[in-house]
Design a protein around this ligand. Structure first.
Ligand code: PEP
Ligand code: MN
Length: 262
């Protein structure tokens, strides 16, 4: 995935939308798929904006086994329904190599979460499918380890990899993670792969999502993936960092110079 071997920016197709190659991509949706009503209504809201794809987890990797774990295949079916209703391609996290093929029947892009960045069997499994992969940086992974994880996917036969900086663990506790924008600027020089930023998990603080989104655009990110919910206070996961419809609209307004320049 080194730029030395391939100096030209690669791009990845998400449905009809091209990620990378100088465009600024916005992917948005809830942290988790919670119900038909929740997903379809947030998808309709997102669709009002220049958004490339709808995100939503059906298999949620939760710290506590007592937290909402996602709807599983039922959630995948709802993502497919949301895609049919809105035309938005869908992105959802795969947590187990055994689920990869099933997920490919329902969604347009497989997300590898931070907790699985070095799950090498999972990387190989998504590498064997042609589907775009959104590979998130592990919370304690170096940039080199992220790039080598991408190599696993590409080596297995799938060049459609999008990298994602989602914040790393540091001594700081005021924010959920420390969004490493160094990594974004560095990655853009080191690899030809598109690089997105996740300011939702990167900060874990709703008020910081817009400023860090603008900062991401300024350092050369190819876009953002952001969590949004029509009723953040009722969300079953990550409600504290979800933007409501109005906050999301304001973010998109602020990003317009980047999205339209694309
Ligand atoms: C998510 O996108 O909801 C998620 C769990 O992200 P991460 O793997 O970056 O923590
Ligand atoms: Mn989340």
């Amino acid at each position: 995935v080194s730029r030395e071997l391939n100096p030209v920016d690669s791009h990845v197709m998400l449905g009809q939308h091209l990620v990378g190659g100088g465009r600024f991509t916005v992917i948005a949706g809830p942290c988790g798929v919670e119900s038909r009503d929740q997903l379809l209504s947030v998808a309709e809201m997102v669709k009002q904006h220049p958004v490339a794809a709808l995100r939503g987890g059906a298999f949620k990797p939760r710290t506590s086994p007592y937290s909402f774990q996602g709807l599983g295949e039922e959630g995948l079916k709802l993502l497919q329904e949301a895609n049919r209703q809105t035309g938005l391609p869908t992105v959802s996290e795969v947590v187990d190599a055994a689920d990869a093929e099933l997920m490919a029947q329902y969604v347009d892009c497989l997300q590898i979460g931070a907790r699985n960045m070095q799950n090498f069997r999972l990387l190989e499994a998504v590498g064997k499918l042609g589907l775009p992969v959104l590979l998130k940086r592990g919370m304690s992974a170096t940039i080199e380890e992220l790039l080598l994880a991408a190599e696993y996917i590409v080596n297995a036969g799938n060049p459609n990899v999008i990298l994602c900086e989602r914040g790393i663990r540091t001594f700081e506790t005021a924010t959920r993670n420390t969004l490493d924008l160094n990594a974004v600027a560095y990655l853009k020089r080191k690899t030809h792969l598109p690089v997105l930023v996740d300011p939702s998990h990167g900060t874990g603080v709703r008020e910081l999502i817009a400023p860090l989104s603008y900062a991401s655009a300024a350092v050369g990110a190819d876009g953002i993936i952001v969590e949004t919910h029509l009723k953040p206070a009722e969300a079953l996961s990550d409600g504290h960092q979800a933007l409501n419809a109005e906050q999301f609209a304001d973010l998109i307004t602020g990003l317009r110079p980047f999205v339209e320049a694309a």
